[in-house]
Structure formats: structure tokens, C-alpha cells
Design a protein around this ligand. Structure first.
Ligand SMILES: Nc1ncnc2c1ncn2[C@@H]1O[C@H](COP(=O)(O)OS(=O)(=O)O)[C@@H](OP(=O)(O)O)[C@H]1O
Length: 398
């Protein structure tokens, strides 16, 4: 009797409703949780996830997209571990390789040479070592660079590379490989091996400012790939020379004064063009060498001055040149009054603001104004030629 009652009496409508509502809310919570863990980015209507030719296409595309996104997140994460971790491993390497190098745990920057002939900018050298960490995960593959910042020394090349690294489609080696000048004998495989792993669609980059003035560099880069995109950050050659001298002075405080190094003969006012600080600034001459191999359309000139006064504007030009979406905009920068330079609101993979270290933006010594004027006169015709060649007036002689 009781048995038949159970089956003959249907559950009351209200119990059924409550049960249905509970079930629905559980399902909704589960879906919401799923969305949260997946960041909702890939949550698409469920009807597109299953069976049928069209649905199958969606499902496979979704799978590809999800796996690419995961790879990118993973890559981002591995290259952007908390700065402190990077710094610790860097300090360890530096202590092993470079006893006596100042690493104050805050600012890591000096141009130093490791035993493997790579110039490591201590501020960002961590990126070079990160590359190794990323390799261990086996994501992506190492490719030869498709774009290179070839110069000029003290032009603002580090700032440009650090700003570009914010772009998700750019992967760059932090250290300066010096492959096309000092390390060419090591071979292409050695060079490729220095590069970070990249995924499809990402651009591999490096910067070595001395390439611009290296006679053999254009032919060698051309031999690697005639399609390589070249970027040159140029700066007023007079301030560039003073900046170059300031760097040398910081390492060797006993060198002669800038004024005495500038002249072959101070009385006649003859400039010593064999001094590299002066040589490098004759941009038109060096550019001629590159134009023997690359068309102008493959070389982008970035104004070092505008990189400071309008970083987003210059970065916009660079992203266009590289065929990338303009992701880096003025939202990424703020002007740091103490540093006196634009800085990143968030460095690559970090949530903290990031300025370049203390070796970028050094105080220059006061140079005799007459010597500065003499140098301005010296560079003027070369600058004019350079403006003509590039089709851009950089305003150094205004
Ligand atoms: N955002 C930002 N922060 C700090 N410094 C900046 C920045 N943008 C450009 N600069 C200028 O970059 C100059 C150093 O140039 P490089 O990085 O090309 O130097 S190097 O050749 O790699 O040694 C460096 O030269 P100095 O001022 O003479 O130190 C800076 O003037």
C-alpha cells in the first residue's frame, strides 16, 4: 500500500520547482566559476562547441585559440616572473661572472661584458637569462630576428627596446648579442640559440647599437635575411658624443677632458674624426654603407629626442613599421619627474612602474660652449645630408 502511494502520488509542484531552481543555480554557479578560471575569454555559446561540421570547425578553432592563448599566458608568465626573482638570479650570475660589479638590488644597469662576449645591460640582463628558463618549457621555437635595433650607441636604444617589449607580439633578447660585429665567427646557430622562443606571429628582436657603425654588418645581416627590418635610434650627434664620453668617464675617471679629445689640434680647431665619440655621429656616412644592401623602406629612423618627449608617438611609428597593431600607446607611459624621463606605468609582465636604471639619463659634464659650437658647425653638413637621405628633419640644427 505504502509502496503504491509513493508511485501514485506525484511530488508537489512547489517541491519540483524548488529542486529545478536549485539545480539551475548550481549549474549557473559552475558555469560562472568556469568562466572565472578561464577569464571568460573563451566562453562561447555552448551550441558552438559540439558536433556537426560547422560546430566541429568552431570547436577545433576554439581549441587552437585556447591552446595559443594558454601558451601566450604561460610565455608571458615565465618571462615576467616577479622582478625580485629575476634580480636574485641575475645577482647570482653577476657575482659568479663579474666580481666587483655593483648590484644594489634596486637598479641594475651598466654595460658590462660577460665571458661569452654578450654585452649585458644589467638592468635588463635578467631577460637574457629568462630566455633560458622559457626554453626549458619547450614552448615555441627560437628564430633568427626579423627586426634589429642596429643603433646608434647612446641614441636611446635601450628605452626603445624596453618599451617595445610591452607588445605581446614582440619577444626580444635583453643582452646585446654583438653577433654581426664581435661574435660572427660563432655562427648562426649560436646566434639563434640566444633568441627567446617565439610563437607564430610573434617578432623576434635584438638590439646591438654598434652594428650601425660596423662596416661588415650590412652584408652579414643581408646574408641572414634580406628582409630584416632595421631600426636606428638617432640623437643629436653633439649630445650623443657627450653622452658617449660620459659613459666612458664613468668607467675610466682618468681619461682626458672631452674638449681635449675632440680636437686633433685645439689651436687650428681641427676635429679628431678618428675618435669614436665623434665618428659615430656622422650618420650620413654610416647610412651610405647600409644603403648598399637595404632599401630605405626597410630602415626606420627613430628620433631619440622624440622618444623622450613623445614616446607613444615614436612607438606608434615603430609598431606600424613592424606591421603590428598599435598596442603601445600613451596610456603606457608616465613622466617621472625625479628621473626626468618617461617611464613605463607597467613593465613587461609587472604591475609596477618601471624606469630605466641610473646609467640611462646620466648627468653630463659641462662642456666648453665654444667646443660645443665648433662641433655643431662640424656636424651641420652631415646632418643636412642625413635629413635629405631619410626625408626627416630631426631638428638638431634649429
Ligand atoms: N625613457 C628613458 N629613460 C632613460 N634614458 C632614456 C630614455 N629615453 C631615452 N633615453 C636616453 O637613452 C640614452 C642611452 O642610450 P642607449 O640606451 O642607446 O645607450 S647604449 O648605447 O645602449 O649604452 C640616455 O643617454 P644619457 O642621458 O646620456 O644617459 C638617455 O638620454
Amino acid at each position: 500500500m505504502a509502496y503504491s502511494r509513493v508511485f501514485s502520488d506525484p511530488p508537489s509542484k512547489s517541491i519540483f520547482k524548488t529542486f529545478a531552481v536549485m539545480l539551475l543555480s548550481i549549474l549557473a554557479s559552475l558555469y560562472f566559476l568556469h568562466c572565472l578560471t578561464e577569464r571568460c575569454g573563451t566562453c562561447i555559446p555552448t551550441e558552438k562547441r559540439n558536433t556537426g561540421p560547422v560546430e566541429g570547425f568552431y570547436a577545433s578553432k576554439l581549441k587552437d585559440f585556447e591552446s595559443l592563448r594558454r601558451k601566450r599566458l604561460l610565455q608571458k608568465w615565465t618571462s615576467t616572473r616577479p622582478l625580485v626573482m629575476r634580480h636574485h638570479s641575475l645577482i647570482r650570475r653577476l657575482e659568479e661572472d663579474l666580481p666587483g660589479i655593483e648590484a644594489d638590488g634596486h637598479i641594475f644597469q651598466a654595460d658590462v661584458k660577460l665571458s661569452n662576449s654578450l654585452d649585458v645591460d644589467l638592468e635588463t640582463g635578467g631577460s637574457y637569462f629568462d630566455t633560458g628558463k622559457l626554453s626549458a618549457l619547450g614552448e615555441g621555437s627560437k628564430k633568427l630576428p626579423q627586426a634589429i635595433i642596429i643603433g646608434v650607441k647612446k641614441g636611446g636604444t635601450r628605452a626603445l627596446l624596453e618599451f617595445l617589449r610591452v607588445h605581446p607580439d614582440i619577444r626580444a633578447v635583453g643582452a646585446e648579442p654583438h653577433f654581426f660585429d664581435r661574435n660572427y665567427d660563432n655562427g648562426m646557430d649560436w646566434y639563434r640559440d640566444l633568441m627567446p622562443k617565439t610563437l607564430e606571429g610573434q617578432i623576434t628582436m635584438e638590439k646591438t647599437p654598434s652594428y650601425f657603425v660596423t662596416r661588415e654588418a650590412p652584408a652579414r645581416i643581408y646574408a641572414m635575411s634580406r628582409d630584416t627590418k632595421l631600426i636606428v635610434v638617432v640623437r643629436d650627434p653633439v649630445t650623443r658624443a657627450i653622452s658617449d664620453y660620459t659613459q666612458t668617464l664613468s668607467k675610466k675617471p682618468d681619461i682626458p677632458t672631452f674638449e681635449s679629445l675632440t680636437f686633433k689640434n685645439r689651436t687650428t680647431g681641427l676635429i679628431d674624426t678618428t675618435w669614436s665619440a665623434i665618428q659615430i655621429g656622422i650618420y650620413a656616412k654610416h647610412l651610405d654603407n647600409w644603403l648598399q644592401f637595404f632599401p630605405m623602406s626597410q630602415i626606420l629612423f627613430v628620433s631619440g629626442e622624440r622618444l623622450i618627449s613623445d614616446p607613444a608617438g615614436e612607438l606608434g611609428r615603430v609598431q606600424d613599421f613592424l606591421g603590428l597593431k598599435r598596442i603601445i600607446t600613451d596610456k603606457h607611459f608616465y613622466f617621472n619627474q625625479t628621473k626626468g624621463f618617461p617611464c613605463l606605468k607597467k613593465a613587461e609582465g609587472s604591475s609596477k612602474p618601471h624606469c630605466l636604471g641610473k646609467t640611462k639619463g646620466r648627468t653630463h659634464p659641462n662642456i666648453d660652449p665654444e667646443v660645443v659650437q665648433r662641433l655643431r658647425d662640424f656636424y651641420r653638413p652631415f646632418n643636412m645630408k642625413f635629413y635629405q637621405m631619410t626625408g626627416r628633419k630631426f631638428g638638431w640644427d634649429d
